[in-house]
Design a protein around this ligand. Structure first.
Ligand code: ZN
Ligand code: ZN
Length: 485
């Protein structure tokens, strides 16, 4: 290739890359948070209250300018409304048309009926006397049906490793770094090691933090290559066969005896041992996760496709790892997450119930593109363990993956995915930012600085207050409003 052509091509590529960024709406100038999310400038300059409203209820939205005084002399303002889903049966909305709006004491107030479950966009422009217009900001609202409106999103990663198995950092470091990246709940799941997850809960037990830490482990039953994640179980599963495998082998044998004919290629022992593992996790009130079914170390899948198919068809697991982080090399060479997604969609099309989680399977927080970027969002009344497990089992969760340099992508039920797109752009960036300092202090505490308790106390409850503010009062309007300027 000639040098000049190569140079033009390079320039073109740089330009296209830049335009790609702009088209994504993320802008070129805002640094990403550890979660990969970015706060939109309009969400820094303005506060929009409420942001999440009850569908088909008349609600007053207040767009509050926090740093600039409105109205600016000699300016008028106009507002363009767009319901993203184009559902506008009662309002008669046909197409985007600007209407005048008058700000009072720094507040643009909009009272309207938010129809159905969808995103709503308000674009405000200022018009100078000479007719020139400038955008003040574009503001996004989401209206939800009552069932989803009553819940809150909780971000969690429940599959990761520390040096207590083959990870790099200490358990306390990993958990603190997870909060720093914006997680609301976590479980350390070292290989063959339930105790490590309990120790890290103990380490932070008396700290005033909002992160929920639950027990977990990655389970590897003898002579069964399938990987399982036990989340939230009362006791370890590895303990059941570590010292003596006699009972394990007897119980698996008795499950094998009850199995009829299995499809060709399915190993009877491996399948029976998988049933055994999920049962033991459930008996201990945990959630049994079928881990990375399409992990392909080297050239071959880590377990047979026949076994994966049969585990899917018989639905013996509680939840599927729909997106997994782990091995960056494997993700690039063989898109294992894409295979998991295809399998999920196929099973859903058959009418099967497939609860999903997204996890990082991180083995290092500081040297990974996945830690804090691959996670589950549960829609639940609270982040208490039984509520989170119920949310996942009831298919009220989505799996999120954020490939380095790309926008986050949620996967799962359509309705939740649509809402999650909104949350990832306009709600969770500020959430993640609020978690950062708490996580930073937790990492510091794990490193021996026990003097951070007072600082942590001051930070407690931030996210709850934030959600209380942005969720509408069900009768319309914000629950709490900052004092006006
Ligand atoms: Zn694994
Ligand atoms: Zn793992």
């Amino acid at each position: 290739m000639k040098r000049k052509t190569a140079f033009s091509l390079m320039l073109l590529l740089i330009l296209m890359n830049g335009l790609g960024f702009l088209a994504s709406g993320q802008g070129l100038f805002t640094p990403a948070l550890p979660s990969g999310l970015k706060v939109y400038p309009a969400d820094r300059y303005f506060e929009v209250l409420p942001r999440i409203v009850l569908a088909d209820t008349e609600t007053t939205i207040r767009i509050i300018s926090r740093y600039e005084i409105f109205p600016i002399p000699d300016c008028t303002y106009r507002l363009t409304y767009t319901p993203v889903g184009r559902y506008a049966v009662k309002s008669g909305w046909v197409k985007a048309a600007a209407e005048p709006i008058v700000p009072r004491n720094n507040v643009f107030e909009i009272k309207m009926l938010f129809e159905s479950e969808q995103e709503h966009i308000f674009r405000i422009e200022e018009v100078k006397a000479d007719g020139k217009a400038r955008e003040v900001g574009t503001f996004h609202i989401y209206s939800l049906k009552p069932d989803l409106f009553a819940l809150r999103p909780y971000k969690g990663d429940i599959h990761m490793h520390s040096y207590r198995s083959d990870g790099l950092e200490a358990p306390g470091y990993v958990i603190g770094a997870g909060r720093r990246a914006g997680l609301d709940f976590m479980a350390l799941t070292d290989h063959y090691n339930y105790a490590a997850s309990l120790e890290v809960i103990e380490l932070f037990r008396n700290l005033p933090v909002d992160l929920k830490i639950f027990p977990g482990e990655e389970v590897h039953p003898p002579d069964n290559p399938v990987h399982f994640v036990s989340f939230g179980a009362r006791e370890g599963i590895t303990e059941l066969y570590r010292a003596d495998q006699t009972v394990y082998r007897q119980e698996v044998q008795s499950i094998m005896n009850k199995l009829g004919n299995l499809p060709p290629g399915v190993d009877r022992f491996q399948y029976a041992s998988s049933i055994w593992t999920f049962e033991k996790i459930r008996e201990r009130d945990g959630l049994g996760i079928f881990a990375h079914p399409y992990w392909q170390p080297g050239n071959a899948n880590y377990i047979s496709y026949a076994l994966v198919d049969h585990i899917f068809e018989t639905g013996i697991f509680d939840a599927l790892e729909l997106v997994s982080g782990f091995d960056w090399q494997a993700l690039q060479e063989v898109d294992v997450n894409n295979l998991q997604l295809a399998k999920y969609l196929e099973a859903k099309a058959k009418g099967q119930k497939i609860p999903v989680v997204g996890i990082s399977d991180s083995h290092t927080c500081e040297q990974s593109d996945m830690f804090g970027r691959y996670y589950t969002i549960c829609f639940a009344p609270s982040a208490e363990l039984p509520e989170l497990i119920k949310a996942i089992k009831d298919e009220r969760s989505v799996a999120v993956e954020t490939v380095a340099g790309h926008l986050p992508r949620p996967f799962g039920p359509f309705r939740l995915v649509a809402f999650t797109h909104f949350l990832l752009r306009y709600v969770l960036p500020l959430h993640d930012e609020m978690c950062f300092e708490e996580g930073r202090l937790m990492v510091d505490y794990a490193g021996g600085n026990k003097g951070v308790v007072e600082e942590l106390k001051l930070l407690q409850g931030q996210v709850k207050k934030y959600y209380d503010r942005i969720w509408a009062n069900p009768t319309g309007g914000a629950a709490t409003v900052r004092p006006e300027k």
